[in-house]
Design a protein around this ligand. Structure first.
Ligand code: PEP
Ligand code: MG
Length: 322
């Protein structure tokens, strides 16, 4: 197994019948980016920018953010994709200096893109800092927790204004790709509509599971039932890939199940083209892809979509996790 991982680690990942799947990393900073590349990561599928905003008493300046994003971009260079997610706080991730209202249901309140739309100056500062990394990298900007077309349009309008205003003297900044996290059921259900107005989707299965099953992702008594392999969640993923395909857009997964060997065949079978995973799992995920064929994954996906429970899905998929 180890030898097999070494053989595939530095190659672009593909199934044994030659179908390309990009294996990229979830990271926070330039050190993580170095580790990801060393492990065979083909780029970054999720830069969680909130780590820059955490544990301090004011938001980072545009220059500080630009240095941090630029350092990651330099590690990756222009040949590897870099997907920077705009600030994703609220709910489970509060910030001391952001006076968010006390909410009865913080996971259903100001969270993800809604915080940025509520704090447009902070959002604009972040977008300007991100755009400064465009000449150094194959830059993609991703908005978290988009639930409606209005939210996507509002975020894109602000981005377009910042591109027009300045940072985009460079053509690189004008041509960044723009995508959304699909992590709310409404986005999965309307994927065919949203796909017309963005370049890619990345499915956040951690939140998509919580919102599909109405089970708090951190609840100790629900942890076992809040399963990303629940057939209801898999049907949401299928809605997302079907919607994207209609517009020729690609779909990745950056939630926790992308790093889980048991999930790889069903994700590939559902039409996922990119897996953004934790750095230590990169070699094993690449090797696992090499053992699969697309047609067997597609048949398997059809089969498990028809099952009733997560337990049945896990039993069917167990052989793929050794
Ligand atoms: C997710 O929800 O699956 C995701 C990748 O985002 P986060 O875990 O940061 O909420
Ligand atoms: Mg999320």
């Amino acid at each position: 197994r180890r030898r097999e991982e070494l053989a595939t680690a530095m190659q672009p990942a593909q199934t044994r019948d030659g179908h390309r799947i990009e294996v990229v990393a979830n990271i926070r900073n330039a050190d993580d980016a170095l580790a990801a590349v060393a492990a065979g990561g083909e780029g970054v599928g999720l830069l969680r920018s909130e780590f820059l905003f955490d544990e301090r008493d004011q938001a980072p300046s545009e220059d500080e953010q630009a240095r941090s994003y630029g350092a990651v971009a330099e590690v990756l260079g222009r040949g590897r994709p870099l997907i920077i997610r705009t600030l994703d706080v609220g709910g489970d991730k509060p910030l001391s200096y952001l006076p968010l209202p006390k909410e009865e249901n913080p996971f259903l309140g100001l969270r993800g893109i809604r915080v940025s739309l509520d704090q447009p100056e902070m959002f604009r500062t972040q977008l300007r800092a991100i755009l400064r990394a465009a000449p150094l990298s194959d830059l993609h900007i991703m908005f978290p927790m988009i639930a409606t077309l209005e939210e996507l349009r509002a975020a894109k309008r602000i981005l377009a204004e910042e591109q027009a205003a300045g940072a985009s003297e460079t053509s690189a900044a004008a041509s960044v790709k723009v995508g959304i996290m699909v992590e709310v059921p409404s986005a999965a259900v309307q994927a065919d509509i949203l796909a017309a107005e963005c370049d890619f989707f990345s499915i956040g299965t951690n939140d998509l599971t919580q919102y599909t099953l109405a089970m708090d992702r951190g609840h100790p008594k629900l942890a076992r039932q809040a399963d990303g392999l629940h057939p209801a969640v898999l049907r949401m993923i299928k809605l997302t890939t079907d919607g994207a395909r209609k517009h020729g857009k690609w779909v990745g997964v950056c939630g926790g199940i992308a790093s889980d060997l048991i999930a790889i065949p069903v994700l590939i079978g559902l039409g996922v083209k990119e897996l953004s995973v934790t750095v230590p799992t990169i070699p094993a995920i690449k090797a696992a892809i090499g053992r699969l064929s697309l047609s067997e994954c597609q048949a398997l996906a059809d089969e498990v979509l028809a099952l009733g429970t997560a337990e049945q899905v896990r039993a069917r998929l167990a052989p793929f996790a050794e």
